[in-house]
Write a protein that binds this ligand. Structure first.
Ligand SMILES: [Zn+2]
Length: 158
């Protein structure tokens, strides 16, 4: 099973964004790196962006391609890449919709935060299968930050 690892402050940023935009969907970009085994993503930065949809903001979100390109450029400057996206589901489970499946790409992590009555209920992470027919859940881990040296050693030993 693939996995996504966030630091506690990333998790907090995503949850705060999801609660603040309720009852509309929030969205953002997860920037980080792929771990050596290829199946794990480690988040280094969370970029909260505006939901750029003009309608149906309670159950749809949009990030314009220009916003993604700007995020990609910024990530690359820091030696990182886009490893996934997050968005919220106001008053709905943290499970991908058909809309989500049609707008997702394999190889990225999709974090969905369920918000009930303005309170964060749960967060889950998903990957689209290579044939794009369905999502599979991945392990979402919230880890304490390690000092850079220890983190390098941990990545090399994986
Ligand atoms: Zn969704």
């Amino acid at each position: 099973m693939s996995r996504l690892t966030l630091l506690p402050r990333h998790r907090l940023a995503v949850e705060r964004h999801a609660a603040a935009t309720y009852p509309e969907e929030c969205c953002g970009v997860l920037v980080g790196r792929s771990l050596a085994d290829g199946d794990g993503h480690l988040v280094e930065r969370v970029l909260s962006v505006d939901n750029e949809r003009q309608d149906s903001r309670g159950n749809r979100f949009l990030i314009h391609p220009e916003t993604v390109l700007a995020a990609e450029r910024e990530a690359r400057r820091a030696g990182l890449s886009i490893v996934g996206y997050y968005h919220s589901h106001p008053d709905h489970p943290a499970q991908p919709s058909d809309f989500d499946r049609e707008h997702a790409w394999p190889g990225l992590s999709y974090v969905i935060v369920s918000v009930r009555q303005g309170e964060v209920a749960e967060a889950r992470s998903w990957r689209l299968t290579d044939d794009r027919t369905r999502f599979e859940e991945e392990t979402l881990t919230v880890d304490q930050p390690l000092p850079a040296g220890a983190r390098r050693a941990a990545e090399e030993s994986r």
